[in-house]
Design a protein around this ligand. Structure first.
Ligand code: ACO
Length: 437
């Protein structure tokens, strides 16, 4: 893109719909900026100067609400219409018909794998699920009450020291190897973190089970010779992993890309992403939803909770989204998954509180005018709880699902010739020059 400087706005721009004309009142000069893909190039704005020693215009955009920092071919979201697609495929279709590793391959490679490619991919992942015995010792070192998300984040970061070749981020084979390792080992570390907390011996991976079934095995296996996951619960969790697999430039994915932009290894980048996901406004929200529902305690106390939210005393966790200003399409699929799970586990009593919260909120002027709808976290926690997962594990489950998305975005960022090291600017508000007395 280039910026054309004109003394006044052109009377007939070449294509009126695809340029933006700005007048700088400091100088009286007008500038015509091309609009491409609904964006103007901020670096073109930066060329606008009032004087020769002016550093140029910057945009100020806390939280990046109006800034596109990357071009990506992975995930498409239309927040107004409630649309989510991976590589062009609607999430509803993928959640209905695909497996998690198939989706991981789609996100990473851009196309759904053929049967043969999928079989090889599954085999590769299955044969990388074990972790080095020293990693086990590393996990042993955490206090019994350490949050599993903290254990996951630290252990993933520690993996970087076990695979020093991961630093060769310019080598496609080395990249691929770390991607396989990360996707394969994430459930193992997650399950070990859980078992460490409750003092159970670690259950090793079972290569006869699928990705999700094996994770359930490592979580729940006790004395049986071979653990057999309930197929309905296994599929439900697989669908939840699929729904979480990518969500374009959210807080944790942007973190992974930012860390990756300095050419860090993928373990360090993903560990940073896990840190971002941990926060209660992001992946930690499902944990907070459960705590909120437990605190409300009964359906008749829902209206008073809603009133407190409207007074600004607290937020309705699991509601609202930076991008979705209508129903989160993932939340719709999750409601169906909940029905399947509750048929096996029995109904989670917190569901009635959640349904009542949703019913009142969707009719209430505050929530309607603020376009606040249930997001992916609103129902996922209730399902996880019914399946027996402790609340602390909820964000960990999110991290397992999100790993292929993080890695696809990390690699896309690395290979994008337009990307540079991420380095935003600031508006300095501190003291002007002063001297020691
Ligand atoms: N409850 C009550 N009010 C809310 C909520 C909520 N959950 N979310 C937003 N609002 C209100 C804000 O108070 C604000 O109102 P105002 O304009 O009258 O001051 C307005 O809606 C806009 O809110 P922002 O915080 O500016 O919106 P933003 O896009 O920055 O935040 C976020 C999005 C963080 C998800 C927010 O909706 C929230 O905190 N939700 C609860 C936490 C949650 O569920 N997070 C999970 C998100 S999904 C995910 O990460 C996987």
């Amino acid at each position: 893109m280039t910026i054309a400087e004109t003394e006044r706005a052109p009377k007939t721009p070449a294509t009126p719909a695809s340029t933006l004309t700005l007048r700088d009142d400091r100088t009286g000069k007008s500038y015509t900026l091309p609009i491409e893909d609904g964006t103007i190039n901020a670096s073109e704005l930066h060329k606008i100067r009032a004087t020769d020693d002016d550093p140029g215009l910057f945009t100020y955009d806390p939280g990046f609400t109006a800034t596109a920092a990357v071009k990506s071919a992975i995930t498409y979201i239309d927040g107004d219409q409630g649309i989510l697609r991976y590589r062009g495929y609607p999430i509803e279709e993928l959640a209905e018909a695909s497996g998690f590793l198939e989706i991981a391959s789609l996100l990473l490679e851009g196309e759904l794998p053929t049967d043969q490619v999928l079989a090889e991919w599954r085999d590769e992942i299955t044969h990388h699920t074990f972790i080095h015995e020293n990693i086990k010792k590393f996990i042993d070192g955490f206090r019994h009450d350490a949050h599993p998300m903290g254990i996951l984040m630290s252990t993933v970061a520690a993996l970087s020291t076990f695979y020093p070749e991961a630093k060769q981020i310019g080598d496609a084979d080395a990249r691929r190897k770390q991607i396989v390792r990360l996707i394969a080992k994430m459930p193992t570390i997650a399950a070990f973190a859980y078992r460490h907390a409750i003092g159970l011996p670690y259950a090793y991976p079972d290569n006869d089970l699928g990705y999700t079934g094996n994770f359930l095995n490592m979580m729940w296996k006790t004395t049986e010779l071979q653990y057999r996951p309930d197929p309905i619960l296994e599929r439900a969790l697989e669908v939840l992993f699929i729904l979480h697999a990518d969500h374009e430039q959210n807080c944790s994915t942007s973190t992974v890309r930012v860390v990756g932009s300095s050419r860090s290894d993928p373990y360090s980048a993903v560990a940073a992403g896990i840190g971002a996901l941990y926060g209660p406004l992001h992946g930690g929200a499902n944990e907070q939803v459960l705590r909120m529902l437990e605190e409300i305690g009964s359906v008749d106390r829902v209206p008073q909770h809603i009133e407190r939210v409207k007074k600004g005393e607290l937020r309705l966790m699991g509601f609202g989204h930076r991008i979705y200003k209508s129903y989160d399409p993932r939340a719709k699929v999750i409601k169906r998954v909940a029905d399947d799970v509750f048929r096996v586990t029995g109904r989670n009593p917190l569901l009635d509180i959640a349904l009542e919260l949703e019913r009142i909120a969707l009719e209430d002027e505050y929530f309607v005018s603020h376009k606040l709808y249930p997001n992916v976290d609103f129902y996922s926690g209730i399902i996880y709880q019914a399946m027996g997962f402790p609340t602390e594990m909820f964000p960990v489950l999110f991290a397992i699902g999100r790993t292929p998305g993080w890695l696809a975005q990390w690699e896309e960022g690395l290979l994008d010739p337009e990307q540079k090291i991420a380095r935003p600017r600031q508006i300095y508000t501190g003291p002007a020059l002063r001297h020691l007395e």
